[in-house]
Design a protein around this ligand. Structure first.
Ligand SMILES: Nc1ncnc2c1ncn2[C@@H]1O[C@H](COP(=O)(O)OP(=O)(O)OP(=O)(O)O)[C@@H](O)[C@H]1O
Ligand SMILES: C=C(C)CCOP(=O)(O)O
Length: 242
């Protein structure tokens, strides 16, 4: 089983609130449509989730007890999820939604608790589950953001993924000279070159991604749209992490 994250910076125009990048989304969906095998898709928030999360002051650590903010973020992510499902369906992919807000939570020590039995069964029954960054209940803090990157790691761990791919707006992780790094085996290797995201992003950009992907026991790859089909075909593409 493979896990593919479609970055919000790829499938949306991150600088214009609630704008899908139709062309990029179609390209990503076409690559997924050309793949025949077990796959979980996760997508990020882009200008849907991050815009509302930022407007309501919600992040991975900063919670909110205001139902309006929680509903605004979740509803926006559902709208983006609908667009992703429609694009996948147009390519013949049997994609179905799994909404983290209704499935998981963070406990009192801030760990994400995400049941994945439904994802396992959906896979076995021939579906392609599609999860997304979302708000989740957070013990003692109201609700906080869960990023697509965290979901990728959880799903990959629980369901023994063979490889994980993050399709982002960049062809891989850049070093300080601006060249794509072939492989990262420790955070210190690239720490100096790692920054946040160029756009409104409440979950942390590339540095957080690299740190979390290094914790996986299977290889992860960061690549751009040109790399999706090759990643799904089993090739090493972009930057290998781990
Ligand atoms: N060393 C680096 N190499 C590559 N990208 C970097 C680096 N440092 C910072 N970045 C930024 O990180 C961004 C990727 O993180 P971002 O969180 O925006 O991606 P995403 O997962 O596609 O989006 P989303 O979080 O909405 O799903 C790149 O577009 C780039 O601007
Ligand atoms: C802001 C929200 C709701 C989603 C965050 O997920 P990410 O774009 O994968 O970091």
């Amino acid at each position: 089983m493979k896990v593919l994250k479609l970055g919000g910076s790829v499938i949306t125009d991150k600088d214009v609130p609630e704008t899908v990048d139709e062309r990029n989304l179609e390209r990503a969906a076409a690559a997924v449509g050309g793949y025949d095998g077990d796959l979980v898709v996760v997508h990020g928030g882009g200008s849907f989730g991050h815009h509302h999360a930022s407007a309501h002051g919600i992040s991975r650590t900063r919670g909110s007890e205001d139902y309006e903010g929680v509903v605004a973020v979740h509803a926006a992510m559902q709208r983006l999820n609908d667009a992703v499902l429609a694009a996948l369906h147009a390519e013949g992919v049997p994609a179905v939604p799994v909404h983290p807000f209704s499935a998981g939570f963070r406990n009192a020590v801030d760990d994400l608790v995400l049941p994945t039995g439904q994802v396992r069964v959906l896979l076995r029954e021939g579906f392609v589950p599609v999860l997304h960054g979302d708000v989740v209940a957070h013990e003692g803090r109201g609700a906080t953001i869960v990023s697509g990157d965290e979901l990728v790691v959880e799903v990959a761990d629980h369901l023994d993924a063979e490889r994980v791919g993050l399709c982002s707006a960049v062809p891989g992780v850049y070093d300080e000279a601006g060249d794509v790094v072939g492989r990262i085996e420790s955070f210190e290797d690239v720490e100096a070159a790692l920054g946040g995201s160029q756009s409104t992003d409440v979950t942390g950009g590339m540095a957080t991604k690299v740190r979390e992907l290094l914790a996986l026991s299977v290889p992860a790859f960061v690549f751009d749209l040109d790399g999706v089909a090759a990643f799904l075909a089993g090739d090493d593409v972009g930057t290998r992490i781990g």
